[in-house]
Design a protein around this ligand. Structure first.
Ligand SMILES: *[C@@H]1O[C@H](CO)[C@@H](O)[C@H](O)[C@H]1NC(C)=O
Ligand SMILES: *[C@@H]1O[C@H](CO)[C@@H](O)[C@H](O)[C@H]1NC(C)=O
Ligand SMILES: *[C@@H]1O[C@H](CO)[C@@H](O)[C@H](O)[C@H]1NC(C)=O
Ligand SMILES: [Zn+2]
Length: 423
């Protein structure tokens, strides 16, 4: 029966693929979860184990977004009404919205081909981002340096850009930043690329940020996953890496793959799960690259900032346990500088706090790892949601979002520079 059921399921996928996409008829439900009981929480956590039918996008305690397969919807609604849980459908056909976005993005790529500059008109490929940073280094050979730091599983080059003020002084303090850990969080590499542009092209205005500090930036950590999400609307929601994790499933969550309390709370040992920690710590070449960067810079590194989406959070350690580090007040002070600056600039609210308290436990993440390795300030920044699918701010929102993010990054950097002057 099970085999037959699977056959029907796959046939369904194949057929719907011909007509449309695999997400046709999927809906996204928003559950007001403030008042929900432990029983309902358990129910939700049971449901999301059924990953082909339920995908819990986000659950911040106040509201949860869950994407539901067309076949599971009658049952789902019955469950919700059974528990008198109020809900709202926030996307009535995920496939349709994805297809529209995909078409728009394709058009924008044609309208705005890469010409040596990356603006905010559209999203870019990892290769374009590499090209762009190489070009910046060629144009500013005394200030900007590229280093190839590794290769993704599928063989894409991972490159960092080091931005300096060109005074040639060695051993400055360092701010380490990365983006694109999770493939579908496209606004992350876009925000990181914008920050690069500000620091390189607008460096006179940011002289203070580069006086005693160098910035080292890896724009797309999970290059394979990021490229995979650009292939078609059917792959748009990919999150993990692309290294096979079992016979049936592909990918490990690179942000659960770090060797600090690896495979503990908030990480899955199921190779098919979205938060799969991997067969062992640092099984993913992309996580190894970030690990090695962290260690190579730990003695000078003052802030590690990893940019994700979504949820409007500036999160600090610990992420593996519901406990604050001794120096949490420093983390909080810098995080608040970012949150307050954004609030003042655009009225967007960010919540600042410990990962585990604000969100959920996530052991094996890069922010805990960097903090433990010696970075006194370490943040995961969750940028705002956008578009009908939340992970998909339309291209027309890129400009606003990346500029807003830069306001926060700049404010945090200023605070870090003030707190940790060069010895
Ligand atoms: C997953 O959900 C679908 C739809 O409700 C259901 O038919 C199927 O039996 C579930 N599978 C598992 C393994 O629970
Ligand atoms: C990861 O943790 C789970 C749950 O504690 C455990 O069953 C599994 O064996 C662990 N995996 C490894 C490779 O240690
Ligand atoms: C700022 O946002 C808050 C909600 O976060 C809203 O109540 C307020 O009206 C907004 N103010 C302006 C000036 O937009
Ligand atoms: Zn993420």
């Amino acid at each position: 029966m099970k085999i037959l059921w699977f056959a029907v399921f796959w046939l369904g996928l194949t057929l719907s693929h011909v007509e449309g996409g695999v997400y046709d008829g999927f809906k996204i439900y928003e559950l007001a979860t403030k008042s929900r009981s432990t029983g309902v929480n358990l129910l939700l956590s049971e449901l999301v184990k059924n990953e082909s039918y339920y995908d819990l996008y986000s659950d911040n305690g106040a509201a949860a977004h869950i994407m539901v397969h067309p076949e599971a919807q009658p049952e789902f609604i019955e469950l919700l009404t059974g528990h008198t849980l109020s809900y709202k459908i926030v996307n009535h056909d995920v496939g349709l919205t994805l297809r529209r976005q995909f078409e728009t993005n394709r058009m924008l790529r044609n309208w705005y081909p890469y010409q040596g500059r990356l603006g905010t008109e559209r999203y870019y490929s990892q290769e374009e981002i590499n090209q762009y940073i190489e070009q910046l280094a060629q144009e500013h050979p005394s200030r900007v340096f590229i280093k190839t730091v590794g290769k993704s599983y599928e063989g894409r080059w991972l490159k960092t850009i080091r931005i300096t003020n060109g005074d040639g002084r060695a051993n400055k303090n360092v701010i380490l930043m990365d983006g694109g850990f999770h493939a579908r969080e496209w606004i992350s590499p876009a925000a990181v690329v914008y920050a690069i542009g500000e620091l390189v092209n607008n460096y006179e205005a940011h002289a203070q940020l580069l006086l005693d500090y160098d910035w080292v930036i890896l724009p797309v950590v999970n290059a394979d996953g990021y490229e995979y999400t650009q292939l078609s609307e059917d792959t748009r929601f990919w999150r993990k890496t692309r290294q096979p994790s079992s016979v049936e499933c592909i990918g490990t969550d690179p942000n659960r793959n770090f060797g600090f309390h690896w495979n503990e709370t908030g990480a899955s040992s199921d190779p098919c799960a979205e938060t799969y920690a991997g067969p062992r710590a640092f099984s993913e070449p992309e996580a190894i690259v970030v690990r090695d960067l962290i260690h190579s810079l730990a003695d000078r590194g003052k802030m590690y900032l990893t940019v994700h989406s979504y949820g409007n959070y500036i999160l600090y350690p610990w992420g593996y346990i519901d406990e604050l580090p001794d120096t949490w007040e420093d983390l909080d002070e810098v995080g608040r500088a970012g949150g307050d600056a954004i609030k003042k600039a655009t009225n967007t609210t960010y919540q600042v706090g410990c990962s585990t308290t604000l969100l959920y436990a996530a052991a094996g993440a890069s922010d805990d790892y960097a903090f433990n390795a010696g970075f006194p300030i370490s943040f995961t920044m969750e940028l705002p949601a956008g578009g009908p699918d939340f992970f998909d701010p339309p291209a027309s929102d890129i400009d606003r979002l990346v500029k807003e993010t830069w306001v926060g990054i700049e404010a945090m950097a200023r605070k870090v520079i003030e707190k940790y002057p060069l010895n």
